[in-house]
Ligand binder design. Structure first.
Ligand SMILES: [Zn+2]
Length: 242
């Protein structure tokens, strides 16, 4: 294999690896519009869940308090009857004290019940305002999800093609050629093979000696940038594939 063939193989590898990492990024990053729809959906969903949980807790407390208040009212009735039947001052003061105690407890429960009723009204309002997503919103979100799935499937197909092409180039380069590339790649990834840009290196933008520029153009041996040690090639000779 000539140096020029080897260089062509390395350039192909670099381009395939570039395309592969771009595709992987594409596949793993949902479009902004979809991400926004997902966030909107999950935020609303969370708020709704929280409001429903609050409503449930309030309703439970309300039911308990209503039962307790009802029992206290019965007790109050009982003491009121007793009060009308007392025969001496001692009995009267005992019943009055019991009545006061019941009244205080009942008042506290009724106040809390009133508070709960008000909070429940606010919570109900919030649940209605948040609502579930409308059919239009749902359709929009599902469309965006479907489009994204299609895009991802296409990326997967192209990724499989690239893996196949990579294996072909690797076979062509052979073990020695691949070991050399791996060494270069390990220290310079994700860009190990770079085109010249005029008389400079396109990666580090360092100026190249005129003699080096000439050697890169003739491509009889592999040539490296003096500054960043990346493998150089002449873009005029090795055109970028579309
Ligand atoms: Zn350089």
């Amino acid at each position: 294999m000539t140096a020029s063939d080897q260089l062509a193989g390395y350039i192909a590898l670099q381009r395939l690896l570039d395309r592969r990492s771009a595709l992987k990024k594409e596949r793993d990053t949902p479009p902004e519009a979809l991400a926004a729809l997902r966030t909107q959906f999950s935020e609303r969903h969370e708020k709704l869940e929280a409001a429903r949980a609050q409503r449930y807790a309030l309703q439970t407390e309300q039911a308990t308090l209503q039962g307790e208040a009802e029992a206290l009212r019965e007790e109050r009735e009982h003491f009121r009857k007793q009060k009308s039947q007392v025969t001496n001052m001692k009995q009267l003061s005992a019943v009055v004290s019991e009545l006061d105690h019941v009244e205080t407890q009942l008042k506290a429960k009724e106040e809390r019940l009133f508070e709960i009723m008000q909070t429940l009204e606010t919570t109900e309002g919030e649940i209605t305002r948040l609502g579930e997503e409308s059919p239009e919103e749902k359709a929009l979100r599902e469309q965006a999800e479907a489009a994204w799935n299609e895009l991802r499937a296409a990326s997967e197909v192209e990724l499989a093609d690239i893996e196949r092409e990579l294996r072909i180039v690797q076979r062509q380069l052979g073990e020695t050629g691949m070991n050399r590339f791996k060494k270069l790649w390990t220290s310079r990834k994700p860009t190990a093979v770079v085109p010249m840009e005029g008389n400079a290196c396109s990666a580090c933008h360092g100026d190249l000696r005129p003699s080096l520029v000439q050697l890169v153009r003739t491509a009889e041996e592999l040539q490296f940038c003096d500054h960043c040690r990346r493998l150089l090639y002449d873009p005029e000779q090795f055109h970028t594939n579309p």
